[in-house]
Structure formats: structure tokens, C-alpha cells
Write a protein that binds this ligand. Structure first.
Ligand code: SF4
Length: 282
């Protein structure tokens, strides 16, 4: 199970207009609810870009490949679906519905049929839109367009575009996105996706309510990572204690380990915040 949580930093109430924050991406095992992977990014970064990295890290540390990864809709994209396919992992994350900048006024990309072999789209009027190049500053996006002389005379133009010709912007893995959308309508996909929320949202609720993940304790990515790792360790120790039926020796070992982690964390912070010694130059 993969999901993200945005953690704002503690700010005085008067200056909450531009609030810095961090995003924690967490991977938890579906059965045991043990946290098996995590990464922290800036709050304004996209989930799309973090999914593959955090799962790869979890796979490397577990030395096993999961059958499926259930993630919230923010992680759904054609690129992620293609990357998970390459790794032999099923991505269960509902792809977003296609939209245009004009709401429901014009045809969305879903109303154009994509031919992967010919790399062309067929529009609702039966005309062909060809590849015309990448989107500027977005190497992962491709542009397709119809012919001006055809679009100008088209009877469906009022529902398609107000420009001379219709253009489409799609991801480089648009074919994977179409497969993903078809798969998201199957019963097995929906069933797996329903199992996601109780696990991962429960882990987040536990971390926020009982272990202080509601707010960042310190500024800075490294300090936020330390906070997240510390909280994840405490949650996993609790799972371990439950699995060992509260055995006295295990509990006492856990208490020592958690104490050590807190000591290590606070001494590290203290060293970082300590002012550097003055050097007197003569
Ligand atoms: S305006 Fe162009 S792209 Fe749109 S339906 Fe008509 S011919 Fe097709």
C-alpha cells in the first residue's frame, strides 16, 4: 500500500499564507501493516515522480517483489503504470478522468481513439491527428494535431476547439494509460483498491494522532526525514511487540532501542543547531 501525507511545519497563526511543508510517501505491508518503505519530498512535488523510487527502495530492502501495489489516485499515470509493468508489479491506483481546460465544453482526449502502432489519434469526426513534437519544457509529453484545412470545415468544431485546429497533449506512455483506465473498471481492481484505505490511512492516523506526525518538528529535509524514520521505527516496534504477544524480553529490548533512537535524534539535532566556534583572525 502506498500513499502520501503532507506534513506542514509548525507556524505561528498570523503567517499561514505561505506555509512550507513536506510530503511523506509511505509503503506499508497490506497484511501486517508494517512500514516497509518511505521517502520525504517537498510538499509541492508531484506524487507521480516519487512512486517508482520509493517502491524500488522497498523492494531492495525486502529482497522480494510484491504482486501488487495499491496507491491513491495521485500516483496514477501512464508513466508509472509502464514502469511498474517493467518491474512485474501490478499498480492499483485509479487513473484520473481526462479533462480539458474548458471543463465539459470540448471533447476530452478520451473521445479520441489512439492507434499505438501508427502513433496517431482518430478524432470523433474520423480525421487523423498526427504527432507534431514534444511539449516545450516537458519532455514526457507529446503533442498531436489535426490539419487546419480539415478542422476549419468540420461540423463538430464547436465541440472540439476554438483554434484553427485541435491539438492533444498526452504522456509518452499514453497506451499504458489507456490499458490502465480499462483495467480500473474491472472488479478485481476495485476490490484490491478498496483494501488500501483501511491499511495506509490507519498507519497515517496512528502516526499523526499518537506519534507527532501532524507537524514537522524542525525545518529542513534531513530533519524531516529523521522525524519520519523515527516515527516509522516506533510504529514497527509496536507491531513487533504485538506479534510477540508482549514477551517481556522483547518489550524491554524495544524500550531500549526506542530510547536510543530518541537520544540519537535529539543529540544529532543539538549538534546541528550548535553555533560554529568563532575563529579569531589576526
Ligand atoms: S475539429 Fe478537427 S479534430 Fe475536432 S472533430 Fe473536427 S476534424 Fe476532428
Amino acid at each position: 500500500m502506498l500513499a502520501s501525507l503532507t506534513v506542514p511545519i509548525q507556524m505561528p497563526a498570523l503567517v499561514i499564507k505561505l506555509e512550507p511543508g513536506y510530503k511523506q510517501h509511505t509503503v506499508a505491508d497490506g497484511r501486517s501493516r508494517v512500514i516497509v518503505g518511505m521517502s520525504v519530498t517537498a510538499a509541492n512535488s508531484s506524487e507521480h515522480d516519487s512512486a517508482v523510487g520509493v517502491i524500488d527502495k522497498a523492494v531492495r530492502s525486502l529482497k522480494t517483489i510484491p504482486e501488487a501495489v495499491c496507491a491513491d489516485a495521485a500516483y496514477a499515470s501512464g508513466n508509472n503504470r509502464a514502469s511498474f509493468d517493467e518491474r512485474g508489479i501490478r499498480l492499483v491506483s485509479p487513473p484520473p478522468k481526462a479533462r480539458t481546460y474548458t471543463g465539459d465544453k470540448y471533447f476530452t482526449v478520451e473521445e479520441f481513439v489512439y492507434d499505438e502502432i501508427g502513433d496517431v489519434f482518430t478524432c470523433p469526426a474520423g480525421e487523423i491527428l498526427k504527432y507534431i513534437g514534444r511539449v516545450k519544457d516537458r519532455p514526457n509529453q507529446r503533442r498531436y494535431a489535426g490539419l487546419r484545412r480539415v478542422c476549419r470545415k468540420c461540423k463538430l468544431k464547436d465541440k472540439c476547439t476554438k483554434s484553427d485546429r485541435r491539438q492533444l497533449k498526452v504522456g509518452v506512455n499514453h497506451a499504458a494509460l489507456i490499458l490502465f483506465q480499462a483495467e480500473s473498471r474491472t472488479e478485481s481492481f476495485k476490490k484490491l483498491y478498496r483494501s488500501r484505505a483501511p491499511v495506509i490511512e490507519g498507519v497515517f492516523a496512528e502516526a499523526k494522532e499518537w506519534h507527532g506526525l501532524r507537524r514537522a518538528w524542525r525545518r529542513g529535509m534531513a530533519k524531516m526525514q529523521q522525524q519520519c524514520l523515527l516515527i516509522a521505527a516506533v510504529i514497527n516496534y509496536k507491531r513487533l511487540a504485538t506479534h510477540t504477544n508482549g514477551c517481556y524480553r522483547v518489550l524491554s529490548a524495544l524500550k531500549t532501542a526506542i530510547g536510543y533512537l530518541f537520544w540519537h535524534f535529539s543529540s544529532h539535532l543539538w549538534n546541528e543547531n550548535r553555533p560554529s566556534p568563532q575563529i579569531n583572525r589576526i
